[in-house]
Design a protein around this ligand. Structure first.
Ligand code: NAP
Length: 248
């Protein structure tokens, strides 16, 4: 059964990692895919081709998620190219890990802009077409670190915790228009972002994870599919932890 037949999904940061897996999963379920990237031009082109070969409409847009004007332009272009936006996944994000004593104001601003302001930027844009069609699903990518905190990740954790407060507020604002807004909080997932965790052995991390392994990008994509589809039609303002039990 295809869960997203003919829906239009806009996914930020889909040239690699979790975003790429979500784009492929949504396309497998019949969604047309607009996605963004920042610098991975070739990977974005390859993804566009892969998605198109799956029989859906697909287009990659180079767009800095942290830039408000760029988000405005992006939403206009996607609405022009795809007619509507049914699903928005605010996935783009970065980490700049450092203990507080070494964390610079520049690093703090960089993380806030890419991770938190980006969610404000695009959510504000997609609300309008969703209100028009009186339906929509917005999924914001937080992190287990935004729920629990983590030494060396104060800026990242603050940005990801901010996403949760933002999401719950927007869910309350637009629920009456049948627009849902939820958070996914992944644990450690095997991508470029967590590559460094494997230095010195991944096993020491597995002890902290009840399911005893890092997450795969597909584990997160399945959760995103659920939240994007009508399967979750009565769920809004929630944080879905996909973390192998780490949040317990
Ligand atoms: P990743 O492999 O590093 O990929 C990041 C993606 O975001 C890339 O497509 C990148 O584009 C894009 N991006 C970064 N900054 C951007 C910007 N300013 N504008 C537009 N696109 C931008 O990361 P990931 O592990 O898949 O993480 C995806 C999301 O999940 C992030 O929000 C991250 O915080 C969150 N998360 C990840 C984990 C984990 O363990 N991996 C855990 C919890 C939460 P380019 O390729 O062009 O650079």
């Amino acid at each position: 059964m295809k869960l997203l037949d003919n829906k239009v999904a806009l996914i930020t940061g889909a040239s690699r990692g979790i975003g790429e897996a979500i784009a492929i999963k949504f396309a497998e379920h019949g969604a047309h895919i607009a996605f963004t990237y920042l610098s991975s031009e070739e990977k974005a082109k390859a993804l566009e081709e892969k998605l198109s070969a799956m029989g859906v409409k697909a287009k990659g847009y180079k767009s800095d998620a942290g830039d408000y004007k760029a988000a405005e332009e992006l939403a206009n272009n996607v609405a022009k190219d795809f007619n509507t936006i049914d699903i928005c996944v605010n996935n783009a994000g970065i980490s700049r890990d450092n203990l507080l004593l070494r964390l610079t104001p520049e690093q703090w601003d960089e993380v806030m802009q890419a991770n938190l302001k980006s969610v404000f930027n695009l959510t504000k844009q997609v609300i309008r077409p969703m209100m028009k069609s009186r339906s929509g699903s917005i999924i914001n990518m937080s992190s287990i670190v935004g729920v629990k905190g983590n030494a060396g990740q104060a800026a990242y954790a603050a940005s990801k915790a901010g996403i949760i407060g933002f999401t719950k507020s927007i869910a309350a604002e637009v629920g009456s228009r049948n627009i849902r807004c939820n958070v996914i909080a992944p644990g450690f997932v095997e991508t470029d972002m967590t590559h460094y965790l494997k230095d010195g052995g991944a096993e020491k991390w597995f002890e902290k994870i009840p399911l005893g392994r890092f997450g795969k990008t597909d584990d997160i994509a399945d959760a995103a599919l659920f939240l994007a589809s009508d399967m979750s039609r009565y769920i809004t303002g929630q944080v879905l932890s996909v973390c192998g039990g780490m949040s317990m």
